[in-house]
Design a protein around this ligand. Structure first.
Ligand SMILES: Cc1ncc(COP(=O)(O)O)c(C=O)c1O
Length: 387
């Protein structure tokens, strides 16, 4: 049996996504900027995809800009907002557990002279809201915060943050990295009242190398790219048409099936979590387990076992999981900055693995995973003489 439980790293593209992409390469290969029919037909398809993404986010389609993925959306949002609001101040806020595509931008901005507040998280992976409140200043220009953490699945209190800044005289801009939240959490950018939001195609059974940035009307954002002025001048470069059409189809599906997909994920996560708690001793759930957590991510430390060994043992049985985030898991001996900030010991960090579920997984797959996991953990612990 093959069980793919690494959907936080990436997901399998849906059949309809693949079909629309192939069709676009075979038939609709025109450049949307061309004035002839081949271009105009593609421009129409792009419009449809923009509408699909906008609808899924609860946004106006004119506020959606296609990018090359989550990383680019995050970079564009942060760098573009600061460029566009240079005179407003020199202070920016983020958290200590962001994805590198946000955290490393802030580090480079710090080197360039911006003052940065990196907000701490508690043991559960949720930011310290008092510390956040106290960090706000008159010259705070931008806050960038993730909705759902990719490694542990905890949800940040975006609503609360927005209501706190609403009362400020000079309201900072707020950017939300919603890459792990899109398709898993029911939100609407208009109701949420964020200024900027990043999403990515390959986390929602769409294609890789495509994403979008939502920019609320009136938000001053300067382009960080220079070229042919595509995407209303914000993101120059000939559009990745197959990717955009694939993203549109994936976004529409996510919107249409949000309730059924999330309840399926919660159901599977509950089965997995309960069985692990009941059948395996000396474990630690990292972050919140069900409440306060996204429906697809479950991060657990198995005491005395290295996550990497567990990963490869499960792989032998056809089960694919991850240790921490995909991006950091290949850098040997570098512990996850997220788990570190949550106060885990070196052993707990070393023993951490992440299961990330999709609505496409089945109960049988979860039962098979539990059976193999219990067996492997038992064997590995016997080898190291723990039991
Ligand atoms: C929270 C978060 N932000 C940003 C990214 C980067 O997205 P992309 O892979 O589309 O560049 C990821 C991907 O792992 C993520 O999980």
């Amino acid at each position: 049996m093959e069980v793919y439980l690494d959907n936080g790293a990436t997901t399998k593209p849906r059949e309809e996504v693949i079909n629309i992409m192939v069709k676009s390469m075979r038939e609709n290969y025109g450049n949307p900027s061309s004035m002839h029919r081949k271009g105009v037909e593609v421009e129409k398809l792009l419009k449809k995809a923009r509408r699909q993404v906008a609808k899924a986010l609860g946004a106006d389609e004119r506020d959606i800009y296609f990018t090359s993925g989550g990383t680019e959306s995050n970079n564009m949002a942060i760098l573009g907002a600061l460029e566009g609001n240079r005179r407003r101040g020199n202070h920016i806020i983020t958290t200590k557990i962001e994805h590198p595509s946000v955290l490393n931008v802030f580090k480079s901005l710090e080197e360039k002279g911006y003052e940065v507040s990196y907000i701490d998280v508690g043991k559960n992976g949720v930011i310290n809201i008092e510390e956040f409140k106290n960090s706000l200043r008159d010259d705070t220009v931008l806050i960038s915060i993730m909705y759902v953490n990719n490694e542990v699945g905890t949800l940040q209190p975006i609503d609360n943050i927005i209501s706190i800044i609403k009362g400020m005289k000079k309201k900072p801009l707020i950017h939300v990295d919603a890459i792990q939240a899109f398709g898993k959490i029911d939100f609407n950018v208009n109701k949420l009242k964020v200024d900027l939001m990043s999403i990515s195609g390959h986390k929602i059974h769409g294609p890789k190398g495509i994403g979008a940035l939502y920019v609320r009307k009136g938000t001053k954002l300067k382009s960080i790219f220079f070229g042919g002025s595509q995407e209303q001048g914000l993101r120059s470069g000939t559009e990745n048409v197959p990717g955009i059409l694939g993203l549109g189809a994936a976004a529409e599906s996510v919107k249409k099936n949000l309730k059924t997909n999330t309840s399926k994920m919660i159901h599977l996560k509950t089965i997995l979590l309960k069985a692990i708690k009941n059948k395996i001793e000396d474990i630690k759930i990292n972050g919140s387990d069900l409440e306060g957590s996204a429906p697809h991510i479950l991060n657990i430390s198995f005491e005395g076992i290295r996550g990497e060994v567990l990963l490869h043992s499960l792989e032998q049985e056809g089960i694919y999981i991850s240790t921490g985030s995909a991006c950091s898991s290949k850098k040997k001996k570098v512990f996850s900055h997220v788990l570190k900030e949550m106060g885990l010991t070196d052993n707990q960090m070393e023993g951490a693995i992440r299961f990330s579920i999709s609505h496409e997984n089945t109960e049988d797959e979860i039962e098979y995973t539990i059976e193999k996991l219990v067996d492997i953990v038992g064997k590995l612990r016997k080898v190291i003489g723990r039991r």
